[in-house]
Design a binder for this molecule. Sequence first.
Ligand SMILES: [Zn+2]
Length: 117
Amino acid sequence: MSNFDDFVTNVKGCASAVGEKVSDGIDFAKLNTYKVRIQSDIKKDYAALGEKYYLALKNKREEDFSAEIQRIDDLKGQLDSIIEQINIHKKLVQCSSCSQYVPKGSEFCPHCGNKIK
Ligand SMILES: [Zn+2]
């Protein structure tokens, strides 16, 4: 399993714990990087699917596209999880003392009591 797969699994895992706590291991820049990467993977898969379909039509050949469709659906699922995480991050600020994420507008960190600027 690649680091990327681990990351996506991690994102999916903590998407359910929304509002409570966002994992410290996932930073905003990384989320944006993965979002762009998955979007580009989806584009490539669409292109590959289109080419396969074109060849099938041209050669009047029956083709099975279920694997390609499944792959695109998986990527779209991963993309949704990442966008969800990005949206959560947008509503949060990081505590300068304990590095936990707290809702924007909070006066004090609920984790360590630090004053949020
Ligand atoms: Zn704190």
